[in-house]
Design a protein around this ligand. Structure first.
Ligand SMILES: [Cu+2]
Length: 491
């Protein structure tokens, strides 16, 4: 883990100039500044009341909405009853405003405020969440940056955040994982005995039999791949289960833009548009060459922007998220022309597909990185297993040094039997290789590395600082799957 020799927090204007988030000390709020309040609230989950966190704007709405080019001038008010901090997932702020505790800033005490101010350079569907176990209790919300150039499009925006919900505390969930790992299961890595390539690229990890439901680790094929290490009590879409889903009125024949966020801590889904064809236009807020389809993989931390043109019918269109390797699902309903909405069973007939990286090979960035050779190549082994529940990023120093202006390629080899959605803060990367085969894939900020597969990403070191690089499975991260990249932080 990283150890910072932290300088005393500079207060006021000097800190803003240095790009820091400023602990608020009583000066007046500017007129353009938005307020974001970290608070608690009560929601109903399958008929039971649950106390969760919330991130609300002045009007009590979840999260924040901006236009590209706006300043991200935000005062975060912590009224959650606990120390917290909020990470702006998908934005590329100065590193001291990234909201990652112990790296960019200390936790903000309950009752305290912090001011943020930087420019939102590009549009995108992003989100915000505590970079702590509080994420499990819905300290998470949408963070949408609209494109002013798309204002003329006559489309209805629908923003939905998916989540996995437990009535148990995240501390308990983690403690359980750490005390009763299945012995010998998925025990690879920790020094990495297996040669990458030996098992890669074959179909054996893909088409095998999956059984949904109760068991925590579901053996599959010869690999003994693990999915879903936590059984949740519910899967939510905008705080609602499919028993009582959000029903959004839309126009017959209307145009809809879905901005979907997988804010789950440990659950990947396949997004299922049912009878509708959708045009995928962005992943993780970054535009891709439009791809038409009905099903799209959707891992933790990722976002999907999908355009729909509805048929001219009075009909309800369920949009579902199928839990990976299991029958549970969540979702919401687009209701056109006042259509009645039939009850949708929470359990599907079939188990949801496994999330793969092959989908990314069919995507191409609308704005790819400039083609240039790498100045630095970083190799990372993703290791760990259910036994003892220890996870790690090995083979790279922590922090990994770099230099401003470099093109960096990171090769991530998953030596474990679980998939890891890997997220880099402060940058967008392009997916440029799978199992050693190079291609020009999507630009994004979170990419799935399936078991025994190798994924290569490239990014430009254009945002100096200390940046978290980690698995977006909350409990893998909490159990060690986190590293850092550091360059020119005093620049
Ligand atoms: Cu992971």
């Amino acid at each position: 883990m990283i150890r910072l020799s932290r300088r005393r927090l500079v207060q006021g204007a000097a800190a803003v100039a240095a790009g820091m988030a400023v602990p608020h000390t009583g000066f007046t709020q500017t007129s353009t500044q938005k307020t974001l309040r970290a608070t608690t609230r009560t929601i109903d989950v399958a008929g039971k009341a649950a106390t969760v966190f919330g991130l609300l704007d002045e009007q009590g709405r979840h999260g924040l909405v901006f236009d590209a080019g706006d300043r991200f001038a935000v005062r975060l008010e912590n009224r959650s009853g606990e120390p917290t901090l909020v990470h702006w997932h998908g934005l590329t702020p100065p590193w001291r405003q990234d909201g990652t505790p112990a790296i960019s800033a200390p936790l903000l005490p309950d009752g305290a405020d912090a001011d943020y101010d930087f420019t939102l350079a590009r549009p995108g569907t992003n989100w915000m969440h505590a970079h702590t176990l509080q994420e499990q209790k819905l300290m998470a919300a949408p963070l949408v940056v609209r494109d002013p150039a798309e204002r003329h499009l006559d489309e209805q925006e629908v923003v939905v955040l998916m989540h996995d919900f437990s009535f148990r505390s995240p501390e308990e969930l983690l403690a359980d994982l750490q005390k009763d790992g299945a012995p010998g299961h998925g025990m690879m890595g920790q020094g990495a005995a297996m040669k990458p390539g030996a098992m890669m690229g074959g179909g054996m990890m893909h088409g095998g039999m999956m059984h949904g439901g109760g068991s925590r680790s579901m053996p599959m094929g010869m690999g003994g791949m693990d999915v879903n290490d936590i059984e949740y009590d519910a899967y939510l879409a905008n705080d609602r289960t499919l028993d009582d889903p959000e029903v959004i009125s839309v126009e017959r024949g209307g145009k809809v833009r879905l901005r979907l966020i997988n804010g789950s801590t440990a659950t990947a889904y396949t997004l299922d548009l049912g009878a509708l064809d959708g045009e995928l236009v962005a992943v993780d807020g970054m535009p891709v060459r439009p791809l038409v389809g009905r099903r799209f993989p959707f891992a933790m931390g990722q976002r999907l922007d999908i355009r729909l043109t509805l048929p001219n019918e009075a009909r309800a269109w369920p949009i579902l998220a199928l839990r990976e390797g299991a029958r549970q699902r969540t979702g919401f309903v687009l209701a056109a022309g006042g259509a009645t909405v039939d009850r949708i069973p929470v359990l599907a007939e079939e188990v949801g597909p496994l999330i793969d990286i092959d989908f990314d090979t069919s995507l191409a960035a609308a704005q790819p990185l400039v083609d240039r050779p790498a100045d630095r190549r970083v190799e990372v082994l993703l290791t760990g297993g259910m036994h003892g529940y220890r996870w790690a990023m090995e083979g790279m120093p922590d922090p990994q040094p770099a230099s401003r202006g470099e093109r960096i390629e990171a090769v991530m080899r998953n030596m474990s039997m679980m998939a890891h959605p890997m997220h880099l803060h402060g940058h967008h990367f392009q997916v440029i290789g799978v199992d050693g085969r190079r291609f020009s894939g999507p630009v994004r900020d979170t990419v799935v590395v399936p078991p025994m597969r190798e994924v290569t990403i490239a990014f430009d070191a254009d945002n100096p600082g200390i940046w978290a690089f980690h698995c977006h499975h909350l409990y893998h991260m909490a159990a060690g799957m986190m590293a850092h990249i550091e360059y020119d932080r005093y620049a």
